[in-house]
Design a protein around this ligand. Structure first.
Ligand code: NAP
Length: 323
């Protein structure tokens, strides 16, 4: 089968398309014929190993999982003994940052906690983008314990995480102020934001609102900049470590002060999260924003584009022509 493979850590150009043996499902595993995947920041992080800590999971000197692609959608084509949840022919989507493998024509998955059937009528491209940004958003929103009526800022609402966060926060009944660049103001409004600040023409710190939760979804700001905008018990969460990894230290110290605090939750994904996101997709409350689509053969270009930091929502990889 064709797969995008990287044998060493490094820039997008370390990835190439190779012929590799198709995986065979073992006991408890399912084999998926992959139709679509995404190139996202998680794939980029594990490919570059820019943060050394990721090597503790992916291999100290070279990558254990040579084919990335944590998001996938496709069709179950074989079921290993003991795997009872899915049947041959099921259209499925999901997330797997243990074994990855979505950037290939076939993928096996054992732990099926991150897999669910595709909502009726949804195409493979959209289904492939249902889980990455949204599960990070969900995890952070849950950690902040938001409740209906809370006032929340989503800083950087045009990325995969931010665009999902706006939609999820609206579902949870919060008042959302989204901060985006000029070209994404309309998008942020269409996602449901109650107010939109254009960071290119306005100073977001001049907003009259005070926030229960500021979610820096692109990790471009700091607790120091956002602190004056928080209510007395307000919470700041960033998707990045911050300058000199300050967000880790602040997450250890600020909760002890009893006032405004930083949290740095470790993202997890459980079956109920995937089903929750699927449920929101089915009712039209969540739809992943899709920016560009690339064929598998152009995956290096897809990585290069994602790493410009300019993608809007998600970048889909078509693994198989389904037209
Ligand atoms: N290491 C990991 O495993 C991992 C995994 C997932 C996510 N993350 C981190 O999470 C963050 C978000 O990732 P993502 O995939 O959701 O989105 P992303 O690709 O990082 O975000 C792209 C969007 O951010 C906007 N943006 C860029 N600079 C901005 C600024 N100064 N203020 C406001 N918006 C700005 C861009 O639009 P404009 O420039 O046009 O405004 C673009 O639409 C990233 O920092 C990523 O590294 C890390």
């Amino acid at each position: 089968m064709k797969a995008a493979v990287h044998h060493v850590y490094g820039p997008p150009e370390v990835v190439s398309i190779e012929e590799v043996p198709a995986p065979v499902p073992q006991n408890g595993e399912i084999l998926i014929r992959v139709y679509a995947s995404t190139v996202n920041r998680t794939d980029c992080g594990f490919r570059s190993a820019q943060y050394f800590i990721s090597r503790l999971f992916s291999g100290l000197l070279k990558p254990k999982n040579k084919t990335l692609g944590c998001e996938f959608s496709g069709e179950v084509v074989e079921v290993g003994g003991g795997a009872v949840e899915f049947r041959v022919g099921d259209r499925v989507f999901g997330y797997d940052d243990d074994a990855f493998g979505g950037h290939a024509e076939f993928k096996v998955i054992g732990r099926q906690g991150g897999v669910a059937t595709i909502p009726e009528g949804m195409d493979y491209s959209v289904a492939a983008a249902l889980t990455e940004g949204s599960h990070y958003a969900l995890c952070n929103i849950r950690s902040a314990k938001v409740k209906a009526g809370d006032v929340v800022m989503v800083y950087g609402a045009s990325g995969a995480i931010g665009s999902a966060a706006v939609q999820l926060l609206k579902h949870f009944g919060t008042y959302v102020v989204a901060v985006v660049g000029t070209s994404h103001v309309e998008l942020a409004g269409s996602l449901g934001a109650d107010e939109v600040i254009d960071y290119m023409t306005q100073d977001f710190t001049q907003t009259p609102h005070r926030f229960d939760f500021i979610f820096d979804a692109v990790g471009k700001r700091s607790f120091g900049q956002c602190r004056p905008l928080l209510k007395s018990k307000g919470i700041y969460i960033s998707t990045e470590l911050g300058k000199r990894s300050e967000n880790i230290f602040l997450a250890l110290i600020t909760p002890l002060w009893g006032g405004k605090k930083v949290l740095f939750p470790l993202p997890t994904i459980k079956k109920e999260d995937v089903l929750f996101l699927k449920g929101l997709a089915e009712t039209g409350k969540f739809r992943p924003v899709i920016d560009r689509k690339y064929p598998l053969a152009e995956i290096v270009e897809a990585y290069q584009y994602v790493e410009t930091g300019q993608k809007v929502g998600n970048v889909v990889i078509s693994i198989r022509d389904i037209s």
